[in-house]
Design a protein around this ligand. Sequence first.
Ligand SMILES: Cc1cc2nc3c(=O)[nH]c(=O)nc-3n(C[C@H](O)[C@H](O)[C@H](O)COP(=O)(O)OP(=O)(O)OC[C@H]3O[C@@H](n4cnc5c(N)ncnc54)[C@H](O)[C@@H]3O)c2cc1C
Length: 279
Amino acid sequence: MDLPTVETLDRPGGDDEVRALLPGLGTDRALLGGGTWLFSVPQPHLRGLVDLTAAGWTPFTADDDGLTVAATATLAELADLDPAGHPQWPALPLLAECCEALVGSRKVWHVATVGGNVCLALPAGPMITMAAALDGVAVVWDAAGRERREPVVDLVAGPQRTTLAAGDLLRAVHLPAAALRGRTALRKASLSPLGRSAVLLAGRRDGHTDGAFTLAVTAALPRPAVLRYATIPSADGLAADVDALADTHGGWYDDAHGSPAWRHAMTRHLAEEIRTELR
Ligand SMILES: Cc1cc2nc3c(=O)[nH]c(=O)nc-3n(C[C@H](O)[C@H](O)[C@H](O)COP(=O)(O)OP(=O)(O)OC[C@H]3O[C@@H](n4cnc5c(N)ncnc54)[C@H](O)[C@@H]3O)c2cc1C
């Protein structure tokens, strides 16, 4: 939709130009990723946009430390990342699987950005799921020219709430090599086959038979949760820890995509499926 109150559009062409614009961000001036959310609902408070897509950031940087995904990388680029090019990282197929959890056709995938998905902070944000399961770290630039690093799972504070302050920008998400060496499994529940995720879980098993087990629980809670175990937990132990998430993470989420009781039951069920697959 048109945003008739927007009067200025900046398209910074590199890091220096991006940084120079950050102090001017606030309630009436927002960063623009792919715009698939920004242009989907009225934004009467906005007077200006800063389009990040001209910044020229390399979508992916792979080295011995892991994979750094630029905030402007699109979901299509992420889904097309060829796992065969990085055989040392068995977790890579999870990236495409998380993209598929956003049921928005390739048309949406081609413009929606990883950074936009994380910063929008919807409970069903699949880039949040990906980062939570793979120990993803947000690289954030602030308006004073500093850079900080923060686990994505902490950056997302609740539905459409993050720890980002006015003038903060998500520059990238770093996925550490140690996590990418794990085996992964994803499960999703929706009320309809093409519906938005009501429960989105991603598990990771490090090493082979005795490795650590990590379970990211998203969409079913207002903010992401990560359960961690030194080795595979028992079925009862995992179920009890899932049950306890309601107390620590603001209750089972309630919206048009699923009731809290159903989300709780499906989280229990799918967590056990992941545990069984990765044990
Ligand atoms: C058919 C359809 C299905 C969808 N399904 C889902 C779904 O299942 N789950 C889901 O989470 N979303 C869904 N969406 C919403 C949205 O398309 C996605 O969340 C998308 O990934 C947002 O990315 P974007 O780049 O388009 O963000 P934009 O719309 O450009 O921005 C979103 C927000 O993030 C801010 N922002 C963007 N980039 C940065 C940055 N680098 N640093 C700081 N702030 C930034 C913007 O200011 C804005 O507030 C869907 C949309 C459509 C049209």
